[in-house]
Design a protein around this ligand. Structure first.
Ligand SMILES: NC(=O)c1ccc[n+]([C@@H]2O[C@H](COP(=O)([O-])OP(=O)(O)OC[C@H]3O[C@@H](n4cnc5c(N)ncnc54)[C@H](OP(=O)(O)O)[C@@H]3O)[C@@H](O)[C@H]2O)c1
Length: 317
């Protein structure tokens, strides 16, 4: 079957490590695994990290990339794949598809049957393919970790990205005042259309916020600390621009801030997110839909940093 996979690692030019070609059909490590026919998938920064050699080792190559997908189960039902799978031997006890087990950028992918969630009525295959990683992460950052119900205002850093556009759209739908920074003027205009007040990175906010959504890291973390109200939560799920920021600890204890790490979310949180999007008519921000036959272009687009929202792959072409 055709697939897009990491055939090598290249820390400087991840696109050079990507190969598109034939891979063997999926196998089932356990009896409760099934094969899903993939209809749509979406890219995450995680896929670029994998090509750079972050999170994978050479003996795992070749590795089919991709965490997110919507497809058809063996009975022909449309399903959303929850991408976190039990993984004996991994210190976390689990892994995300494309870490230990082949990912979703293929005609077919194997997953435990319990990882399949029904596609809710009203959500398109394309939209739902955006939700299992970036949107789930943003949902958990806002709700379970960030306790958005106790917050009135939210700051989202690096707002053009997949997680960040999700946090802006969901924060707005949850009724919060949302501020969002982006390096790019055109992206700031689009963030405004999503209901946020857009700012240049590092700009002073009109108020200190109760919750900060951090996926950028070293480039924005000091601003996140300075923008946090007393008792605020700064929830971190990524560090695209460096994972060793300088942290002013005096501000952390004086303002009684909570700095919380998080990764992905639970199946229950994905179910909640699917229902929330369907009920509140919240739809993912889709940067572009690229046919699988041109999947390299999708990777190049994400790698360019010019994306606004999610890059989706249509597996029917
Ligand atoms: N822990 C988890 O479970 C989890 C889940 C999903 C993602 N992540 C991590 O979260 C991060 C974002 O993922 P994603 O898929 O949303 O990535 P993405 O779509 O590629 O977005 C990255 C965004 O980061 C901002 N950015 C990048 N470099 C920057 C810099 N030097 N200074 C300021 N902003 C910068 C950009 O925003 P602007 O261009 O608007 O400034 C860009 O849009 C990644 O590091 C990813 O690995 C973690």
């Amino acid at each position: 079957m055709r697939a897009a996979y990491a055939s090598a690692f290249d820390a400087d030019n991840p696109l050079a490590a990507l190969t598109v070609g034939e891979r063997p059909e999926p196998t089932h490590p356990q009896d409760d695994w099934v094969t899903v026919q993939v209809r749509a998938s979406s890219l995450n920064h995680h896929d670029l990290w994998s090509l750079r050699g972050v999170g994978l080792t050479g003996d795992q190559l070749p590795m089919i990339l991709g965490c997110d997908a919507v497809g058809e189960d063996p009975e022909g039902n449309h399903v959303v794949i929850y991408p976190v799978v039990p993984t004996p031997g991994d210190p976390r006890g689990m892994s995300i598809l494309s870490e230990h087990f082949p990912g979703t950028f293929a005609e077919r992918v194997a997953v435990p049957r319990m990882n399949l969630l029904p596609l809710p009525a009203g959500l398109s295959v394309t939209d739902a393919a955006c939700l299992p990683t970036a949107w789930l992460t943003a949902w958990r950052m806002l709700t379970t970790k960030g306790r958005a119900d106790e917050a009135e205002s939210v700051l989202v850093q690096g707002a053009g990205g997949g997680v960040a556009t999700a946090a802006v759209a969901l924060g707005h739908a949850l009724g919060k005042r949302v501020y969002a920074t982006s390096r790019d003027a055109a992206k700031r205009d689009r963030i405004t259309e999503l209901g946020a007040t857009a700012l240049e990175p590092g700009a002073r906010l009109p108020e200190r916020v109760d919750l900060v959504i951090e996926t950028v890291g070293a480039a924005t973390f000091d601003h996140s600390l300075k923008s946090a109200a007393p008792g605020a939560r700064i929830v971190v799920s990524g560090a695209t621009a460096g994972h060793e920021p300088k942290v002013n600890l005096r501000r952390v204890f004086a303002m009684q801030l909570e700095i919380l790490g998080t990764s992905m979310g639970t199946p229950g949180e994905l179910t909640e997110l699917l229902a929330f999007c369907a009920e509140h008519e919240v739809r993912p921000v889709v940067d572009s839909v690229v046919p699988f036959s041109r999947v390299e272009e999708a990777f190049a687009r994400l790698n360019s940093g010019d994306v606004f929202g999610k890059v989706v792959i249509d597996h029917s072409v």
